[in-house]
Design a protein around this ligand. Structure first.
Ligand code: 5GP
Length: 186
């Protein structure tokens, strides 16, 4: 099955996604490609970092389950092998809402969760803490509320990321229940 965690940048998707996979060993985190430059201190395997020519060649070869432009950079999910929609394996995608919409079309049984910040001020504070410049932070803030709305219109389940531990538990339980319902066992 395919599980999608979307929501505005800075809401904590990355942390929640890696904790989810650590606590639920049946869940495998997909590694995206991006044309964004690596941030200072960011792990070299947070993404497959490529230039635009490489990315576009992969798009032309139909190498992505979904891909999108996000604030002047390209991001995409490579196909997670055959049978990615079934019960053989369970993949977690941590992607933006445009990507979530494409996954919904391609994989109708995908389970989509949108992570929401406790408040707008808290989201701005988190974005500022990551070292992006002022203009970038404000551009992201403008996108954030629109992203949350768009995710709900896709039928995403909303979870407020206030207490990290509780959020991971809540999302993990949602995912686990979906696997048990569809596949009977994990
Ligand atoms: P960041 O640059 O902060 O790592 O990511 C920017 C946005 O791109 C985040 O909302 C993140 O979830 C999203 N993103 C990361 N990987 C992918 C991907 O493979 N596809 C799509 N559509 N969005 C992605």
């Amino acid at each position: 099955m395919i599980f999608v965690l979307c929501g505005p940048g800075g809401v904590g998707k990355g942390t929640v996604a890696s904790m989810l996979c650590r606590r639920n060993e049946w869940l495998e985190l997909s590694r995206s490609w991006t044309t964004r430059k690596r941030r200072e201190g960011e792990s070299g395997d947070a993404y497959v970092f490529v230039d635009q020519a490489h990315f576009k060649a992969a798009v032309e070869a139909d190498g992505f389950l979904e891909w999108a432009w996000f604030l002047e950079n390209l991001y995409g999910t490579p196909f997670p092998g055959d049978e990615y929609g079934g019960c053989q394996k369970h993949i977690l995608l941590e992607i933006d809402v445009q990507g979530a919409a494409q996954v919904r079309e391609r994989v109708p049984g995908a389970v989509v969760v949108v992570l929401e910040p406790p408040s707008e001020d808290e989201l701005r504070r988190r974005l500022q803490g990551r070292g992006d410049d002022h203009a970038h932070v404000e551009a992201r803030m403008r996108l954030s509320m629109a992203e949350i709305k768009a995710a709900h219109s896709l039928g995403a389940l909303g979870v407020v990321n206030d207490d990290l531990d509780q959020t991971v538990t809540e999302v993990g339980e949602l995912f686990r229940a979906a696997v048990l319902k569809r596949c009977g066992s994990i």
